[in-house]
Write a protein that binds this ligand. Structure first.
Ligand code: GLT
Ligand code: MN
Ligand code: MN
Length: 390
């Protein structure tokens, strides 16, 4: 809610995928627990809970075997529901993982016919995304990988993905679609090993593309967390490189199956630092909750799940403001961050004089080593803010 006399806060662009709130609760061991909803029903649900937008795979809206007439009707109904609800479609993507044809990957399959079909499917899905107004196009290579490296040279996977992404950049340019492509990493599941296991892998890859400026990343909390890595640091690298085009928010306990939990529900402290990082760096793209309600839920529970994701984000945003305004915290930060103009300039600007001065400089390494940094106090204060007692 906009507060009086404040510079009007920009409302968060909270989005959900059709596949997230529409998830019917099937898992590898159990049958669905919820009835499928139509895309139009999902839009109604999202409007009811107060979301900003919706994202989709091609086949979330148009089944793979739909006739042209059915596809036209489904797209028409969806567009009408978008305008009725005021929801927008910021991001679109391709389902390159459900069909058996993709069992050994899509763009990195060993079979050129599969690769060509994956490209055909993506070109069509890009047309659909552009028609719906999407400006971000996500590539999640869920099946791009292997269980055994006996069959394929993993470097071929890199080359094939490069060819595909270059092809799609050119297609977007030639059609004036204005897409920015966002690559989403994951270490495993559904493949035993997925190529490009982390966001950092993609950041390195992007620089080798024909149009690196068109391509960024879509990190997902659960994906680095599955591997026990620090998600916030991966997002930081993407932000610093100007490559955070989109973000998938959810939660995940390390070392478990792919949980896709409600945002902030597993590691609230990491969620706090993530929200803080996004605010500190003025990220203003979509905040996409790529998560599922627990399998215990009916559709009322799915709404609780969706509202919970957004509420937790908003609460953490308030906590970040509180953290920034806290005098004791700011005092500790001043103590921790020691500045010295001369040294900073020496370290940042190479010259033979800088080399000489650095070599000559005397440092009291013992005193520097013994200096207490008060991280314990700072962390405890941070925890007290998160826990709501400060
Ligand atoms: C799938 C996956 C997600 C990806 C989606 C985009 S689909 O649900 O688990 O992480 O973002 O293809
Ligand atoms: Mn995701
Ligand atoms: Mn996931």
């Amino acid at each position: 809610m906009a507060r009086k006399n404040s510079t009007a806060p920009v409302a968060e662009k909270f989005t959900f995928g059709l596949w997230t709130v529409g998830n019917i609760g099937r898992d590898p061991f159990g049958l669905p627990v919820r009835q499928p909803l139509t895309a139009v029903q999902i839009l109604k649900l999202l409007a009811e809970v107060g979301a900003y937008g919706v994202n989709l795979h091609d086949n979330d809206l148009v089944p793979i075997d739909a006739t042209p007439a059915r596809a036209k009707r489904l797209i028409g109904d969806f567009k009408k529901a978008l305008s009725d609800t005021g929801l927008v479609v910021p991001m679109a993507t391709t389902n390159l993982f459900s069909e058996p044809i993709f069992k050994d990957g899509a763009f990195t399959s060993a079979d050129v016919r599969v690769r060509a079909y994956a490209m055909q499917k993506t070109l069509r899905a890009m047309d659909l995304g552009a028609e719906l107004g999407a400006k971000i196009y996500v590539f999640w290579g869920g099946r791009e990988g292997a269980e055994s490296d006996a069959a394929k040279d993993p470097t071929a996977g890199i080359q094939r993905l490069r060819e595909a992404i270059n092809f799609f950049c050119q297609y977007s340019i030639d059609n004036n679609y204005g897409f920015r492509l966002a690559l989403e990493a994951k270490p495993n599941e559904p493949r035993g090993h997925i190529y490009f296991a982390t966001t950092a892998n993609y950041l390195a890859f992007i620089e080798t593309l024909d149009y690196p400026e068109m391509v960024g990343v879509n990190p997902e909390v659960a994906h680095e967390s599955m591997a026990g890595l620090n998600f916030v640091h991966h997002v930081a690298q993407a932000l610093e490189a100007g490559k955070l085009f989109h973000i998938d928010l959810n939660d995940q306990e390390p070392g478990r199956y792919d949980q896709d939990f409600r945002f902030g529900s597993a590691n609230i402290k990491q969620a706090f630092f993530l929200v803080k990082l996004l605010i500190d760096h003025g990220y203003d793209g979509p905040l996409h909750f790529d998560a599922h309600a627990y399998r215990t839920e009916d559709y009322e529970g799915v709404k609780d799940f969706a509202r919970g994701c957004m509420m937790t984000y908003r609460l953490l945003k308030e906590k970040v403001a509180r953290w920034r305004a806290d005098k004791e915290i700011q005092g500790l930060l001043q103590h921790i961050h020691v500045h010295d103009d001369e040294l900073e300039s020496l370290c940042a600007n190479y010259s033979s004089e800088a080399v000489r001065k650095l070599k000559d400089r005397k440092f009291d390494i013992r005193a520097l080593g013994e200096r207490g940094l008060a991280y314990e106090r700072l962390d405890q204060l941070t925890m007290e803010i998160i826990m709501g007692v400060r």
